[in-house]
Write a protein that binds this ligand. Structure first.
Ligand code: HQG
Length: 188
C-alpha cells in the first residue's frame, strides 16, 4: 500500500511535540504530571513564547494523523501526552502489566548486535525497551538506526520468569530490560 507523505510542517510539529512531551518539557518551561499529561493551551502558549507558534487545530490534526499514534488527547481535548518513548524524569506512567504475545520483536542496527548479545536489551535514555508484536514494525524501527536486524524476544518465557510487560496506548510493548538468554536474531 502506498503511504501518503506527511507534510514537512506537520512532521516538524510532531518532532517538536515528541521533544517536549517525551524528553525535554523544561526546554519551553513546561511541567508534565507523572502520567505525562500537559494542558494543550499551556503547551501552545509556552511554545509561542519561544517563537514556535502552532495553531490549536494544527496540533489536533497532527495528533489525529500521526502514523504511529504517538500522542493521546484526553477525552475532553484539554490535555495531551506522548503514548510512550519518554526519557524525562517528570513522567512515570502507571501502566497496568499485561500478558504479551509469546514472542515479540525488536528492530535494531547490525552494529549494536554484539553489545546486545552480550548485555541484552537496555532502555538507554528511555524508560523502557520498546518491542513490537509485528516483525515488519520492528524492521522499520531498525532501519532508523542503520543496517537493520530484527531480534526475537521470548516474551512468554520472560513472563514465566517474572518480568513485567506493558502495552502503551499506541500498541508498543514496553519492558524494563531483556537479558541475552531471551533474545535471538530473526534470520530469513
Ligand atoms: C539499542 C520510535 C547496544 C536499541 C520507534 C536501539 C520505537 C543497544 C537503540 C521508539 C542495547 C536505542 C523507540 C545494548 C538496546 N547495546 N545497543 N545493550 N540495548 N540497544 O531510539 O527501540 O518514531 O531509544 O536496539 O517506533 O529504536 O520515535 O529506541 O537501536 O517505538 O515515535 O539502542 O521510537 O518511535 O534507540 O525506538 P531508541 P528504539 P518514534
Amino acid at each position: 500500500m502506498q503511504k501518503t507523505k506527511t507534510p514537512d510542517a506537520d512532521v516538524e510539529i510532531s518532532k517538536f511535540l515528541s521533544y517536549v512531551l517525551r524528553h525535554k518539557p523544561e526546554a519551553i518551561g513546561l511541567c508534565l504530571d507523572s502520567e505525562g499529561w500537559a494542558k494543550v493551551d499551556t503547551l501552545l502558549s509556552l511554545a509561542a513564547d519561544q517563537g514556535k507558534t502552532i495553531a490549536h487545530e494544527q496540533l489536533v490534526k497532527v495528533v489525529k494523523q500521526s502514523d504511529k499514534k504517538r500522542f493521546t488527547l484526553s477525552a475532553d481535548g484539554l490535555y495531551i501526552r506522548a503514548a510512550q518513548g519518554h526519557s524525562t524524569e517528570q513522567v512515570n506512567i502507571s501502566f497496568t502489566p499485561q500478558i504479551p504475545p509469546d514472542v515479540l520483536f525488536h528492530g535494531t542496527a547490525e552494529r549494536f548486535w554484539e553489545s546486545i548479545r552480550a548485555r541484552g536489551l537496555t532502555p538507554g535514555e528511555r524508560h523502557y525497551v520498546h518491542l513490537s508484536s509485528e516483525r515488519e514494525t520492528a524492521m522499520a524501527v531498525g532501519k532508523r538506526h542503520g543496517e537493520p536486524v530484527v531480534l526475537v524476544v521470548q516474551a512468554a518465557a520472560m513472563v514465566q520468569d517474572g518480568f513485567l510487560f506493558h502495552l502503551s496506548e499506541n500498541g508498543v510493548w514496553l519492558t524494563r530490560e531483556v537479558p541475552p538468554m531471551y533474545i535471538a536474531r530473526c534470520e530469513g
